[in-house]
Design a protein around this ligand. Structure first.
Ligand code: PLP
Length: 354
């Protein structure tokens, strides 16, 4: 324990960054074109190409991307929008900002993604439901096509999973957050992806109020070229980041699997084709207990999603209560990972590993 506390803490998030970001931002600063410049346009075309769609529209935040996507889907006062009950509160806030009502829907155990069966039942109770937001939670593939087959328009939230098929190209519209600690970090920022040119044109005029008629939705949702410069470097590094994350996740599973039979926790689902944005383990006790015990070893684990509703659904409630996210980022070293694993085991199985 003494030895552990003398070592530097292992943070829950650590940004992957290099000289590329420093130079790219410095170039934008020197260019004198800090907003609405060519770096944003380049980021948009690189992101669209990566997703395999025709258009990408950069905005100021993930929540802005959601709000504009909802408005573009004709969501307004009196409408209902389905959101996973286990999700970031930003989804509900974006729905409320449009004057609509967020309807929490139960998630599937393991993927923690919105459940198609639960969504189907919700649809029968809420005839004004026309849009669903589906998150690829922690990188597990959400059932976008199946939701569309229910007759709903889907906004695919790729904040946790991007960089290869099927992410970002399955539905009419996809978005991602470029907040600092997301898969692609820019500080703040968001992106909307679509094949539809008319939709893309609408989004471009909606993000900017300049020289346009007064309109409630024109709240200045633009992204700066400084942020775009960072995001462009992060995007160029994404293939290596995804491989590094996958290798670390596999190593976590190898190290933890022998102890899974001792009870106390369940490993995350190793779904084929998924992205490893978070490595979220389901502990049998309350997540907070494990997190605070691990902190005593200098390891920062976290509740991956903060509770924003009291869902009357067993899987969503269990996710809020029991999921613990272990540090997972490309620069996590094997030595750090070993420390995470021993601190985790000592915290969930103290009788065996103390
Ligand atoms: C972070 C996040 C958002 C909100 O994005 P901001 O950029 O913080 O506004 C939306 N959806 C998901 C899945 C997120 O992780």
């Amino acid at each position: 324990m003494n030895v552990a506390t003398e070592l530097p803490e292992v943070p829950h998030n650590r940004l992957t960054t290099g000289q590329e970001e420093v130079l790219a931002v410095s170039d934008v600063i020197k260019s004198g074109r800090w907003a609405a410049g060519k770096v944003l346009a380049e980021l948009e075309s690189n992101l669209a190409r990566t997703a395999g769609v025709a258009h990408a529209v950069g905005v100021g935040s993930g929540i802005g991307a959601l709000r504009l996507s909802l408005l573009a889907s004709d969501v307004g006062a009196g409408d209902a929008v389905a959101v996973p009950a286990y999700s970031c509160v930003a989804l509900a806030n974006a729905v409320l900002a449009c004057g609509a009502k967020p309807i929490p829907v139960e998630v599937e155990p393991g993927t923690w993604n919105i459940s198609v069966a639960a969504l189907k039942a919700t649809l029968e109770q809420h005839p004004r439901l026309k849009v669903a937001i589906a998150v690829h939670t922690f990188g597990a593939i959400a059932p976008i096509r199946e939701i569309e087959e229910l007759g709903l328009s889907v906004i695919e939230d790729c904040s946790h999973a991007f960089g290869r098929a099927p992410f970002g190209c399955q539905g009419r519209m996809a978005m991602l957050s470029l907040y600092a600690t997301k898969l692609l970090g820019a500080g703040e920022g968001g992106m909307i992806l679509t094949q539809d040119e008319i939709l893309a044109d609408w989004l471009r005029q909606a993000r900017d109020y300049s020289d346009q008629a007064p309109m409630a939705w024109r709240l200045n949702d633009k992204m700066t070229d400084l942020e775009a410069a960072i995001a462009r470097c992060q995007l160029a590094r994404l293939p290596q980041s995804l491989s590094a994350r996958a290798a670390l996740a596999q190593r976590y599973s190898e190290l933890l699997k022998p102890h899974a039979g001792e009870g106390g926790f369940e490993l995350p689902l190793d779904q084929t084709g998924r992205v490893w944005y978070r490595y979220a383990v389901a502990v049998s006790g309350d997540a907070e207990e494990t997190i605070s015990r691990m902190r005593a070893f200098g390891i920062n684990a976290a509740r991956p999603v903060e509770r924003w509703c009291e869902p009357d659904f067993p899987n969503s409630s269990a996710a809020f209560q029991h999921l613990v996210s272990l540090p997972l980022y490309p620069t996590l070293t094997a030595a750090e990972q070993d420390r995470v694993v021993s601190a985790f085991l000592a915290s969930v199985l103290p009788m065996v590993h103390a």
